[in-house]
Design a protein around this ligand. Structure first.
Ligand SMILES: [Zn+2]
Length: 318
């Protein structure tokens, strides 16, 4: 209980900081939200148990992954990467509640496309969120869509600080768990997909890569930056499109399993045939949300156990 109370106090202190920063920014005519970010927005949590559950939520043609890290005190550290489209926002929120998520310590909007951030305003309204990571885009690439504007409004209304996700930041480093940003490494990409916040989670000896919609040129950049890419599971970039998952990158990551998050019969033809061929050649097991619904990968720090075919309630909604 005391942790909860102190957390609330922390959140309202952050809220006051945001309001103050907002007033100063307005006075100085600052234009980007990055100027409003409190510097102390990093997260804190009691010890972690060295286990994790990673859900690849079936949100149709979109992305949403939930990482649950159980704490030693029975609470859990929850990370939500993307929140699907607007059309599944209520169902996604209900699924998180059913899974027992009470608050979200870290939320990441990999990049501002509707199939990744469409459901995010709803999540901000329904759950306490400690910090929201978004990529910092160049002025010309900053979206003016209603979805993006509603997301920023929801963060402001709920006093959730926004942080720019930048390559090299360790969002979490606790016990035998790390969660690190591998990309973006600058703010001048010409394609919104390439701004994707790419992350790597390690739990003991196991590792997961989350690619957002990052395309092959970004994969090349991550490779040349020399990051450790080795993983057991990769959430493939861009829904299994051939614009991502270059052979060099997949071989460097060397996963035993790849997850493709895409909608049944989607109009883009995701996943693309050549990617499925490459995964077959490399002997990588494929998991897909379009044919296997919501997927769960559980790790004890040594090995990973899979459950497929978990409920996707919106498919039954009429
Ligand atoms: Zn996408």
């Amino acid at each position: 209980m005391s942790r909860r109370r102190s957390k609330k106090a922390g959140v309202s202190a952050i809220g006051i900081l945001i309001v103050l920063a907002g007033l100063i920014a307005a006075a100085l005519h600052w234009e980007t939200w990055e100027d409003l970010i409190p510097k102390e927005a990093s997260v804190d949590f009691p010890g972690l148990s060295g286990k994790a559950q990673v859900y690849f939520l079936d949100v149709g043609q979109g992305d949403s992954e939930l990482i649950r890290l159980p704490g030693e005190d029975g609470d859990s550290f929850d990370i939500l990467i993307d929140a699907g489209t607007r059309s599944t926002k209520t169902e996604l929120s209900d699924v998180l509640k059913e899974l027992g998520v009470e608050d979200i310590e870290v939320m990441i909007g990999t990049h501002p496309h509707e199939d990744h951030i469409g459901g995010m305003a709803q999540i901000l309204n329904d759950f306490p969120v400690d910090v929201l990571y978004l990529p910092q885009t160049s002025d010309s690439m900053t979206p003016t869509t209603k979805t993006y504007e509603s997301l920023l409004d929801a963060a402001e209304e709920n006093n959730v600080p926004i942080k720019a996700g930048k390559a090299g930041e360790k969002i979490l480093e606790k016990d035998d768990v790390t969660f690190t940003i591998l990309s973006p490494s600058h703010e001048e990409y010409s394609n919104l997909n390439d701004y994707s916040i790419v992350t790597r989670l390690t739990v003991g000896e196991t590792a997961f890569l989350f690619q957002g919609d990052a395309e092959a040129d970004v994969e090349e950049e991550i490779l040349s930056n020399g990051y450790d890419l080795s993983c057991d599971v990769i959430k493939l970039g861009h829904h299994g499109s051939s614009t991502s998952s270059s052979k060099a990158y997949i071989e460097a990551a060397s996963p035993s399993a790849a997850v493709i998050s895409c909608g049944e019969g989607n109009e883009y033809g995701h996943p693309h045939e050549e990617i499925l061929e490459l995964l077959k050649e490399e002997g990588i097991t494929v998991y897909r949300t379009d044919t296997q619904q919501t997927l769960l990968a559980e790790t004890d720090g040594k090995k990973i156990q899979w459950t497929t075919g978990l409920a996707s309630p919106w498919k039954n909604a009429s």
